[in-house]
Ligand binder design. Structure first.
Ligand SMILES: C[S@@+](CC[C@H](N)C(=O)[O-])C[C@H]1O[C@@H](n2cnc3c(N)ncnc32)[C@H](O)[C@@H]1O
Length: 299
């Protein structure tokens, strides 16, 4: 009797916890398919963390989608390095699905992913759930820039932990597609750190900054920070207003920097020019001029 009451209480507590964690209108079927909930509707520590991360990101993206919709009545969002497409599915389920306006317009969420097994699984799941405004393309981010399968112009570009230089390709994609908003959570980027190692003896040999090259872990972290600084300057040089913040507490992810760039106000030429100038100076003073093309200030 006592055991039964303890078990009932624990089921009630678990249900209350889930009710607090899962948003109203959220498809339980989707959460099960994404393995955020187990088949019997429970959640483990890992999936709790993933859900928290995606919901937190949703809070940042929702106002951007509302802003686009106010002006255009339709919405195209491209998620690069989509993986299992947690983000795309949650955005569709919580936002697109319930909007009559979006359902009756050519609005769409595209997931771009190089792993064909993940692309096929996501497409299958979208079909099964009736999420007809979702498409998954087996393309690299770089290929997506010139692919006919994507529209000429998109409204929002996201790239969440897209590997290495895929984030830079996502920026290039967003610039070409004149995206109004870009949301990035960069992954580690090895290219800048590798270049820094090569140029250390020529570029900053006599500067006290050479201390940054003494311990490999510092060089790697510096390379990663420098990459994101260059990305922000590049976005500003193209007229975007950039906000950099933390995605969630460090206990949840080591790759935690969230960059949100919006290009909705009239271009401020002097700010664009200043950002381009600072970007070139920074590349020059760190001996990275060969990366001018990667962080290009021209289209
Ligand atoms: C770390 S996972 C992140 C997945 C998802 N965005 C998330 O946060 O759950 C990175 C994904 O990007 C894909 N990827 C890596 N490089 C890519 C590229 N150049 N173009 C498209 N996808 C890429 C990988 O196959 C992988 O599924």
């Amino acid at each position: 009797m006592k055991n039964k009451s303890i078990r009932d209480n624990s089921i009630r507590n678990e249900s209350l916890l889930l009710a607090n964690e899962i948003r109203a209108g959220q498809s339980i079927e989707l959460l099960k398919e994404l393995h955020i909930l187990t088949r019997d509707g429970k959640m483990n520590q890992d999936s709790r963390r993933k859900l928290k991360q995606v919901y937190h990101l949703y809070q940042f993206i929702e106002p951007l989608m509302e802003m686009v919709q106010k002006h255009r009545h339709s919405l195209t969002l491209v998620d690069h390095g989509a993986g299992k497409s947690y983000l795309g599915f949650i955005l569709y389920d919580l936002y697109f699905k319930s909007s009559q306006q979006l359902q009756h317009s050519p609005s769409r969420i595209f997931g771009i992913e190089t792993r064909d097994d993940l692309v096929n699984k996501s497409q299958e799941l979208a079909t099964r759930l009736g999420f007809s405004g979702m498409s998954f393309l087996n393309l690299s981010v770089a290929e997506a820039i010139s692919s006919d399968a994507l529209p000429e112009k998109v409204d929002i570009v996201t790239a969440l932990h897209a590997c290495n230089t895929a984030t830079d390709d996502a920026i290039c994609f967003a610039l070409r597609k004149q995206a109004s908003h870009i949301v990035l959570v960069p992954c580690c980027q090895a290219e800048v750190a590798a270049m820094l190692k090569k140029t250390r003896n020529t570029s900053i040999k006599t500067s006290p900054l050479s201390e940054l090259w003494r311990h490999p872990i510092h060089t790697r972290e510096f390379g990663s920070q420098l990459t994101n600084v260059l990305r922000c300057l590049q976005l500003e040089s193209h007229g975007y207003q950039v906000t950099v913040t933390e995605l969630v507490g460090w206990e949840h992810s080591m790759k935690n920097e969230l960059i949100i760039a919006s290009n909705i106000d009239a271009p401020r030429e002097h700010i664009k020019e200043r950002a381009a100038e600072r970007l070139h100076q920074l590349l020059q003073s760190t001996g990275l001029e060969m990366l001018n093309g990667r962080f290009s200030t021209n289209l």
